[in-house]
Design a protein around this ligand. Structure first.
Ligand code: AMP
Ligand code: GLY
Length: 423
């Protein structure tokens, strides 16, 4: 079978790397891909949200399955688009339809869903422009810090944590009245701050049954010791040592199972990946957010640990036969260190020559923001490359990633030296 994978980050390179190991795959196409995915199959230059172009590619390359990496096409309804078009109706799209993707696309929808189905989450209220004064009054009833979330997709920037009521009032006003995040902040969720340690859990579902994938911890802040602004993610570790059997059982019974049952009760036929952003509060899981896709850079440490055939799993998702599959995993630690461009997550330069990849030994190199020009690999984004290594211990895996980090060079290369510091 030919597969079309949508996306262009480290997550997609890791998914591509895994899929090409499957005997079920004939040819892999990636759109738009990066310099790394070019080595896994054929990159197609098209936008993941240009659905007619995706359909055209599916027909001309005899694609049997579309795997969606990022959230944008899902929230915009790529699956619905395929289901409504007789010419591509037979081609399964791995990822939820628009209604299911609302778990990520609308924070207010996600919160209402969690409350309705008894899924542990922070207490909250949602406000709009007309209820701004009520929102300000609500802030007065909470203790600092304050968590403000733009309802819609805001490229990972829509969550603001404020340390004083004055700052929170100004931020809420900017979001609601001044449309700081455009349409995404027409509604704003204000929620209680949860004190704990974060981790990411993942499931895959065919809408009937589900399987749990290895969990991971992501390092979102740019600076060491988790300081400075949020990024897309600077590194990841899987498994997560504090997510022991008892904790993961709570995650399954209180979060994953209730979510799956809630989706069924709502009549939402959810298929694909589901990502649970969790806070471990004194041994109890609380949901911070849902994502309708895999995480990045979590995928770069989770997917290498899956020893079963990913294409077979995805086919089972498409066929509704996931219950019959078993997912096997490598018990070792996988750690990922992300190399980023100087200045990221603010302004940064692109087009810097990358060298040294051929000298890497013992790590997997997953490209994120890279592109090929003639025979050269150039930087093409804030997050440039991920180095993933295995080890019997987290420290051993990290040592290999950090050794190989030294071999890759490009102007302005930055990375966090403390991935796993809190574990
Ligand atoms: P999100 O985009 O929802 O993942 O939020 C971004 C980050 O804000 C999360 O990774 C957390 O670090 C933080 N955050 C979100 N909600 C809360 C909360 N209720 N309590 C504490 N931190 C939070
Ligand atoms: N690493 C967090 C995310 O993918 O949203």
């Amino acid at each position: 079978m030919n597969i079309l994978l949508l996306g262009s980050g480290g997550r997609e390179h890791a998914l591509a790397w895994k899929m090409v190991q499957s005997p079920l795959l004939t040819r892999l196409y990636i759109a738009p891909g990066n310099a790394g995915t070019a080595g896994m199959g054929i990159n197609l230059s098209l936008s993941v949200t240009d659905f007619p172009a995706v359909k055209e590619a599916v027909l001309s390359h005899h694609i049997g399955m579309v795997v969606v990496g990022p959230e944008d096409p899902l929230v915009m309804g790529i699956r619905d688009y395929f289901l409504s078009d007789p010419e591509v109706l037979h081609v399964p799209v791995i990822g939820p339809a628009k209604q299911g993707a609302m778990l990520e696309g609308s924070k207010d929808f996600a919160k209402q869903f969690m409350i309705k189905y008894g899924i542990p989450t922070a207490r909250y209220q949602t406000f709009i422009k007309n209820t701004l004064t009520d929102g300000i009054a609500f802030l007065g009833k909470l203790d600092a810090p304050y968590v403000l979330k733009a309802d819609g997709l805001a490229a990972g920037k829509g969550v603001v944590i404020c340390h004083s009521v004055e700052e929170a009032t100004a931020e809420l006003t900017a979001m609601l009245r001044d449309e700081r995040f455009g349409a995404a902040s027409e509604s704003v969720v204000i929620e209680e701050f949860l004190h704990g340690i974060e981790l990411s859990a993942f499931a895959i579902t065919d809408g009937i049954s589900y399987k749990i994938l290895p969990e991971a911890k992501d390092y979102k802040r740019i600076g060491e010791s988790d300081t400075g602004p949020n990024t897309g993610g600077m590194g990841s570790v899987s498994p997560v040592p504090f997510a022991g059997k008892a904790f993961m059982e709570k995650v399954e019974t209180q979060v994953i199972r209730r979510t799956m049952e809630g989706l069924k009760a709502e009549g939402i036929h959810y298929t694909g990946f589901l990502f649970f952003g969790l806070m471990n509060v004194k041994g109890n899981p609380f949901v911070i957010e849902y994502n309708c896709r895999m995480g990045d850079p979590e995928t770069e440490s989770v997917v290498p640990r899956i020893t079963s055939d990913l294409v077979a799993l995805l086919q089972a998702v498409a066929n509704g036969t996931l219950a019959a599959e078993t997912i096997t995993t490598d018990p070792r630690f996988a750690t990922t260190v992300m190399l980023v461009s100087e200045g990221y997550p603010d302004a940064y330069e692109k087009g810097k020559l990358i060298s040294g990849e051929e000298a890497v030994v013992g790590s997997m190199v997953f490209h994120a923001g890279t592109r090929m020009e003639k025979d050269e690999v150039l930087t093409n984004g804030g997050r440039v490359m991920a180095l993933t290594s295995f080890g019997e211990t987290m420290q051993e895996a990290l040592a290999t990633s950090y050794l190989n980090v030294q071999k890759i060079t490009f102007e302005g290369k930055c990375y966090r030296r403390d991935i796993g510091f809190d574990l």
